[in-house]
Ligand binder design. Structure first.
Ligand SMILES: [Fe+2]
Length: 163
């Protein structure tokens, strides 16, 4: 059920709480995977939470989370995030990048687009919390230095390995 309501706790707090209790997510680890994977680990009326695995060299292209606010916490390894404000998506000067180390909590608010990658040689794990519940993601592509929308993907509980 999608709701416009927001959880009482902040999304970063929820991501931290989940991360600090591995019994909530450890069993969802897809061991031995060579592709990026995602396991749905929690859903409430106001948010959904996913565990995402990033084998070395994997990543996800520039995307947004539609109207969902997002907090992600890296629980193992590290990720590199490239991001920009979608309002300036055609500004070739605007993109920036940063390293998200283990324990780091990053926010990706509605209107922001980002890409994530594991550039290390060890797997990474991250916990992502979305509110409202994540239902769609818009993907973008680079067109000669300008970012243009390319497709929209629906996210549902039974498509956990597709994003
Ligand atoms: Fe994302």
């Amino acid at each position: 059920m999608t709701s416009a309501a927001t959880p009482r706790m902040g999304l970063d707090h929820i991501a931290n709480e989940i991360a600090l209790h591995p019994r909530l997510w450890r069993r969802h680890i897809q061991r031995g995977a060579t592709h990026r994977w995602a396991s749905h680990i929690a859903v409430a009326s106001t948010y959904s939470a996913w565990l995402v695995g990033w084998p070395p060299g994997t990543g996800i292209a520039l995307h947004d989370h539609a109207e969902s606010d997002c907090a992600l916490r890296v629980v193992r390894g590290q990720l590199v995030e490239t991001g920009r404000d979608a309002r300036h998506a055609d500004d070739v000067e605007e993109p920036g990048w940063r390293v998200l180390p283990t324990g780091f909590v990053a926010r990706c608010r509605p209107g922001r687009i980002h890409a994530l990658a594991n550039l290390d040689d060890v797997p990474a794990l991250s916990i992502h919390v979305y509110s409202p519940v994540l239902r769609t993601m818009d993907f973008f592509r680079d067109d000669h230095g300008r970012v243009v929308a390319s497709r929209t993907e629906e996210v549902s509980d039974d498509r956990v390995s597709l994003w």
